[in-house]
Ligand binder design. Structure first.
Ligand code: 0L1
Ligand code: MG
Length: 266
């Protein structure tokens, strides 16, 4: 069944309510099993517009998901996905996350790009991306699927803005030409114990390749990256679940570290 205009709003509100009530919900394809990826991106767009209106937030940038072959295989898909980052998703190293505002969060180590110019087009390459990037920064993305047990199909997760919840940036900004992004190594620890390792090449071979892919996809919808956008290029390792009082540190070669801490703050 195709999601009709009327039910689009219902679906969007269903997902936004799950986020604001901090309650996981049944995935939408249980009710709309025929939902296509294209329709899911339509829903995502409506969800973002409605969320920005409700929370008085602005676009911060773009995020990519499912950028590792391992995760694509796990989900039985051959493509990455993208979603939007909004201004209230930006969190800071010095300010613990409010754990009670999150459902079942997981942390992902990522390389963030800060764009120095607009970038749009169906033929944009990784080289074009590198030329349009001002800085690269170590980042942790917090994903927090609104779906029960973090289980979903591809259209579900696209409609849910690719599980986006928060992002934290490190404080070291590096010019992209100063590093070989594919060979950057990363170690992530939780409460002092190593929990994940990875390299930049885990992100579709090279993080800039992943961003170029997103620009090409965005172009099909008449969109692109904007000057000042923060782009999360995709995870260098699997996502790691965390709870209150946990501290997660991701350390990247050449980019320094970024720290996430979480507390129950009311
Ligand atoms: O940012 C990501 O790679 C996650 C994308 C959505 C899939 C998930 O929630 O695990
Ligand atoms: Mg991510």
């Amino acid at each position: 069944m195709t999601v009709t205009n009327r039910s689009d709003i219902e679906v969007v509100d269903y997902l936004l309510r799950a986020e604001s009530d901090v309650k996981e919900v049944v995935k939408i394809t249980d009710q709309y099993p025929e939902l296509s990826i294209d329709e899911a991106y339509d829903l995502q767009k409506k969800l973002i517009e409605r969320r920005m209106e409700k929370t008085k937030t602005k676009r911060l940038g773009i995020k990519l998901g499912l950028t590792s072959k391992a995760k694509q295989e796990m989900m039985g898909v051959h493509e990455a996905i993208y979603g939007y980052l909004l201004s209230d998703m930006l969190a800071f190293e010095w300010e613990p996350l409010q754990q009670h505002r999150l459902i079942h969060p997981k942390a992902e180590p990522e390389i963030a790009f800060i764009m120095s110019e607009d970038l749009m087009g169906e033929h944009v390459t990784a080289d074009d991306v590198m030329k349009a990037v001002k800085y690269v920064v170590a980042a942790i993305e917090v994903i927090d699927s609104r779906y029960k047990d973090f289980r979903f199909t591809l259209p579900d997760v696209v409609a849910d803005n690719c599980s986006s919840a928060k992002l934290i940036l490190g404080s070291k900004m590096v010019k992209p030409e100063e590093l070989d992004l594919a060979s950057i190594g990363m170690v992530m620890s939780k409460n002092g114990e190593m929990v994940a390792t990875g390299a930049g090449s885990a992100v579709l071979g090279h993080p800039a390749e992943a961003v170029a892919w997103a620009v090409q996809k965005l172009a099909k919808r008449g969109e692109g990256l904007k000057k000042g956008d923060i782009v999360l290029s995709g995870a260098l390792s699997e996502a790691v679940a965390f709870d209150m009082d946990d501290t997660i540190i991701a350390q990247f070669d050449g980019l320094g570290s970024v720290t996430l801490s979480s507390r129950y703050v009311k």
